[in-house]
Design a protein around this ligand. Sequence first.
Ligand code: HGY
Ligand code: MN
Ligand code: MN
Length: 417
Amino acid sequence: MREDAQHALAQVDEARLWRRHVEMARIGAIPNNGVNRAALSDEDIAARTLLISWARARNFGVSVDGIGNLFLRREGRDAVAAPVMTGSHMDSQPRGGRFDGIYGVLAGLEALEAIDAAGLETQRPIEVVAWTNEEGGRFPPCTMGSAVHTGARALEDFLEVKDNDGIVLKDALARTLAATPDAGARAFGSPAAAYIEAHIEQGPRLELEGKTIGVVTGIQGLRWFNIEVSGKTDHAGTTPLKLRKDALRDAIAIINALHELTRDDSDTLRFTVGRMLVTPNSPNSVASHVLFSVDLRHPDRATIDRLGQAVEPAARAAARQCSVKVTPTLHDDPRVFDPGVVDIVEACARELALPCMRLASGASHDAMYMARVCPTGMIFVPCENGVSHNEAENAKPGDLAAGARVLTAVLLELAGR
Ligand code: HGY
Ligand code: MN
Ligand code: MN
């Protein structure tokens, strides 16, 4: 590895990286070491403000696009060249952990600071992105910010989406954009020369195999749906069952039918119903309306296509008394990352003598969309017992710093000197 790159790697500061995770985890902190930092919330705004303060202290540029994606920029020799981008997300699940997403943003900032402290000039600018609403917990679907920035979806598709309290996305977005008035304006679809995202694995493989670095080869496919079951509310004590249009009874029948449809003895397929809203949600009134989510995932394109197409017919066949509306809300095919970027990640990990292995990602990430527009890769680091989307999510300072060093080396390789 070139001497200047080694000098930059030596500037990666494990203590500073850990300290910043601790500071960020105070924003939206919940019991048992968790965080609840919903997209476009006060907590999201506080995290953005803190991140910008660190970037400004280093004189990095700050800009925001129309859905709130936040870009931190270190200039290169060629100011008009497409930047190399890194980053991830700062929003979390309602009972999220201290590392999912935020690690990729802080590792990107750490790499930028290390390159800056080493006084290295790169050919291309380098940018760290904090993508808006990667989780989709408050405003479904997930990976919303990167989908809009890359042109895969239109902002208008999402402005009227409501959260569980009836707040409309466009109002929460306006509040968030107003909170960073000094940020420059960034257009959607600005070109990127390459994208590399660091993230905890959110699975057990690296830990089980004793590896420090995951060289990520791609992401499995996803299909999300909202299924609405509409019936009639009635008195629980007086209405005969044969006269009811019980939306909750039919919703349960549909969910059971979908579990049958997605039965997989190899346990490769992932089927989750994680959200359910029942109306009027009263013990002694028959449910008139149920909305529930469906999250379907598989690494094989034909399988996820076949199952995705079978969801609506299966839901309609299972309903007995009520009407059914099935709305697809996310359609991501399995994605294979750019072999050149994957090779660079592996070469950098090996050059740093870090035990590494290739693996595909079970979780989705903003890299799913960046891979459509530029050569893309990811770097994983282990998390304890593979646990994520849970307050118990944990990672080691040494592993986080090792991932940041590999990220620094990959960024220098991609940005050129
Ligand atoms: O759902 C996912 O895979 C990501 O963690 N948001
Ligand atoms: Mn994530
Ligand atoms: Mn997540």
